[in-house]
Design a protein around this ligand. Structure first.
Ligand code: PEP
Ligand code: MN
Length: 353
């Protein structure tokens, strides 16, 4: 490139930089006029990015830039960090996620139950029947199973989602299943009412970003060794990319203790509810890994303020292709729901069968 052309480009850039400095200063002066303006910027910036950004920079970069701008106070001093979108400081009222007309986080705790994995049409249909008979509204069932060993059953994939949806439709239940690959989210949205992001993928940032771009509610599980702060920031990834329908799920963390599969961090529930405005559930199956602890763990979860409980139930747990020892059979499931009802912590809708 000829020297004078380069110089011209440099001049143009210098000129734009000066304009930017002026604009940024004008913006800061306005913000300083009223301290209440600053915290409300995040939502507005996000809204505008979604509507107006057609430029060379990605939306994420632009949002990052604006976040940075809002952190710089007078004379370049860092001001208070802007609150996260998921933070209760940003939005004091609870987020209620409504799925097929049923509320999660609306004050009435919900139970989510179903097999660890969808194995066949008959198996998932039988589980759905048992779940419906006990008055639940939500059926779970894995189709993409993140297994420790590549030689273990990996799930039926899209066919599993189809069978789950079919069982949900037949029994009038909303369906939840885990998706592990960002490329599958669009396909999965055609089958599912809630998309689960599992513990192993809590920090799969590309999956979180893509989940933010879907319209489906997301059930986000806490990572195997994730701190509360990391968990909250994972939810922020989804929200900053456009999806505010998020349910957090505590599912136990890895500790030195071997008596349970994981260690249920029960105080995570009130902590997450204080720190964020999102509904919080507890998965008692994967946190305890023990059928004898499901009832007390579920009672503890509800007593401490959880908006729901997830548990696994299978028509024939001994034959299950995954998590055979920790899934309830139908009798155990019946007992589980009865005990929660007796405690007064959970009320189910009676269904005539
Ligand atoms: C599941 O719910 O099927 C599951 C695999 O749970 P987690 O991601 O919590 O281990
Ligand atoms: Mn399982």
């Amino acid at each position: 490139m000829r020297q004078n052309t380069l110089d011209e480009l440099r001049d143009q850039l210098d000129d734009l930089d000066l304009q930017l400095i002026d604009l940024v200063n004008q913006r800061e002066i306005l913000l300083q006029k009223n301290k209440d303006l600053r915290p409300e910027r995040a939502d507005k910036v996000l809204e505008r990015m979604n509507l107006h950004s057609k430029g060379a920079l990605s939306k994420e970069t632009l949002i990052g830039l604006f976040k940075l701008l809002d952190q710089i106070g007078p004379a370049g001093k860092p001001a208070k960090l802007p609150e996260l979108l998921v933070s209760r400081k940003n939005k004091p009222e609870n987020t209620v996620v409504t799925v097929a007309g049923k509320e999660i986080g609306g004050g009435q705790p919900q139970l989510v139950a179903g097999p660890c994995a969808v194995e066949s049409a008959e198996q998932v249909d039988a589980a759905a029947g048992a779940v419906k008979a006990r008055g639940l509204h939500f059926l779970r069932g894995g189709a993409f199973k993140p297994r420790t060993s590549p030689y273990d059953f990996q799930g039926l994939g899209e066919e599993g989602l189809r069978l789950l949806k079919q069982a949900g439709n037949r029994h009038g239940l909303a369906v939840i299943s885990e998706i592990v690959d960002p490329r599958d989210l669009e396909m999965a949205a055609g089958y599912l009412d809630v998309i689960q992001i599992g513990a192993r993928n809590m920090q799969n940032f590309e999956l979180l970003k893509e989940a933010g771009r879907t319209k489906k509610p997301i059930l986000l599980k806490r990572g195997l060794a994730a701190t509360i702060d990391e968990f909250i920031h994972a939810a922020e990834y989804i929200m900053v990319h456009g999806n505010d329908q998020i349910i957090l799920c505590e599912r136990g963390i890895r500790t030195y203790e071997k008596a349970t599969r994981n260690t249920l961090d029960i105080t995570a529930v009130p902590l997450l509810k204080q720190e964020t405005h999102l509904p919080v559930m507890v998965d008692v199956t994967h946190s305890t890994g023990r059928k004898d602890l499901l009832v007390p763990a579920a009672k503890a979860a509800l007593a401490i303020g959880a908006d729901g409980v997830m548990a696994e139930v299978h028509p024939n747990p001994k034959q299950a292709l995954s998590d055979a020892s920790q899934q309830m059979n139908f009798t155990e499931f019946e007992h589980f729901v009865n005990e929660l009802e007796k405690s007064g912590l959970y009320k189910h809708n009676k269904v005539m069968v």
